[in-house]
Design a protein around this ligand. Structure first.
Ligand code: NAP
Ligand code: ZN
Ligand code: ZN
Length: 350
């Protein structure tokens, strides 16, 4: 199927109109008309080749919501008209222990999971993502969306920003009686604040942007700290069970490990293109603290998070843009000037 999309032709080229070919649904496939797609900082890292391995043309986008337009003969869970989501993955080996446990993002198969964009497919092609009018995806990687139609655009960022914060919050036990820090209040961070609060934790947001403080309290943070003010940081020394760091640029981690309780964890999800300065060992060894990482989340936990959000009325705070505004949105994202996620109205592609 000839499908309209937006692509970068090289690391230096701005995104522009491009036509791609989507496969006709095979027996297990779901064909989806894309209604909205969130704009993740990973899209920008990828199209500009900040991470290694970008293949061009590159069509980014992995926060997809849309409507089912057709299903293959063996699809049992979806029918035309259903509202659905697609996140960061469209395939994995399905047989390794990680896949069997529903942790497809950690697939141990020969090529790991297949990303929704810039992932390998047979014959040397790459997968093409959600900055497009339609996509065809195996039903295993399609999520049910139970938010109301009015909340669809705000649900799109849950497919990456939501699950990438939900998975570590759950893994490290964010909940009642726990003090949880969220560092960097952009797309991921603002979802981290909402989700940690909804899970019952005491939530402290760390921001470099004094202009965001009132907003961040409104997002449901119990406290907001300006991380560039050492006296504000010191007040929280030794207080945290876990801190989730979503920052997209290299920065000093010691400022955060010092805030952890004994055996607390600093979980990194931000993926800067160049390394953080090496963290000090003494902050870790004296209190058996840990620095850890976490990658998106598996398909079952993504569905669990979507259902939790629908039940609790949780969506992302978004600014809607047209596809044609994408370069301006990237420029603003680089200035930390987004409240708190850009979402593309795919109607603008028609
Ligand atoms: P984003 O919307 O740009 O938010 C990042 C936030 O970090 C900014 O809003 C800003 O918040 C803070 N920040 C930016 N530059 C900073 C700097 N130099 N020093 C300190 N703070 C800074 O990005 P996002 O979409 O949330 O993505 C964040 C990162 O997570 C990206 O690297 C992305 O690739 C990665 N990511 C990882 C996964 C995973 O599975 N691990 C999944 C998705 C995305 P304040 O204004 O509040 O300081
Ligand atoms: Zn993402
Ligand atoms: Zn696998």
């Amino acid at each position: 199927m000839q499908t309209k999309a937006y692509a970068a032709q090289s690391a230096a080229a701005p995104l522009g109109p491009h036509t791609i070919n989507r496969r006709e649904p095979g027996p297990k496939d779901v064909a989806i008309e894309i209604l909205f797609c969130g704009v993740c900082h990973s899209d920008l890292h990828t199209v500009r080749s900040e991470w290694p391995g970008t293949q061009y043309p590159c069509v980014p986008g992995h926060e997809i919501v849309g409507k089912v337009t057709g299903v293959g003969s063996e699809v049992s869970r979806f029918q035309p008209g259903d509202l659905v989501g697609v996140g960061c993955m469209v395939d994995s080996c399905r047989t390794c222990s990680a896949c069997q446990e529903g942790l497809e993002q950690y697939c141990d198969g020969p090529v790991g999971f297949t990303g929704t964009y810039n992932g390998p497919v047979g014959g040397g092609e790459n997968t093409l993502g959600g900055y497009s009018a339609a996509i065809t995806v195996d039903e295993h990687f399609v999520l049910k969306i139970t938010h109301t139609e009015n909340d669809l655009a705000g649900a799109a960022p849950l497919l990456c920003a939501g699950i990438t914060t939900w998975s570590p919050l759950r893994h490290w036990g964010a909940g009642p009686g726990k003090k949880v820090g969220i560092v960097g209040i952009g797309g991921l961070g603002h979802m981290g604040v909402k989700l940690a609060h909804a899970l019952g934790a005491h939530v402290v947001a760390f921001t470099t942007s004094p202009g965001k403080v009132a907003d961040i309290k409104a997002l449901s943070a119990d406290e907001v700290v300006i991380s560039t003010r050492p006296e504000e940081m010191r007040k929280h020394a030794g207080g945290f069970d876990m801190i989730l760091d979503t920052v997209a640029a290299p920065h000093d981690l010691d400022a955060y490990t010092a805030l952890l309780k004994r055996e607390g964890t600093l979980a990194l999800v931000g993926a800067p293109p160049t390394p953080h300065p090496s963290p000090a060992v003494y902050n870790l060894v004296f209190k058996r603290r840990a620095i850890a990482g976490s990658l998106i989340g598996g398909i079952p936990e993504t569905q669990e998070m979507l259902d939790f959000c629908a039940k609790h009325g949780i969506t992302s705070d978004i600014e809607m843009i047209s596809m044609q505004d994408i370069e301006n949105a990237y420029a603003r994202m680089l200035r930390s000037d987004v409240k708190y996620r850009f979402v593309i109205d795919m109607g603008s592609l028609k």
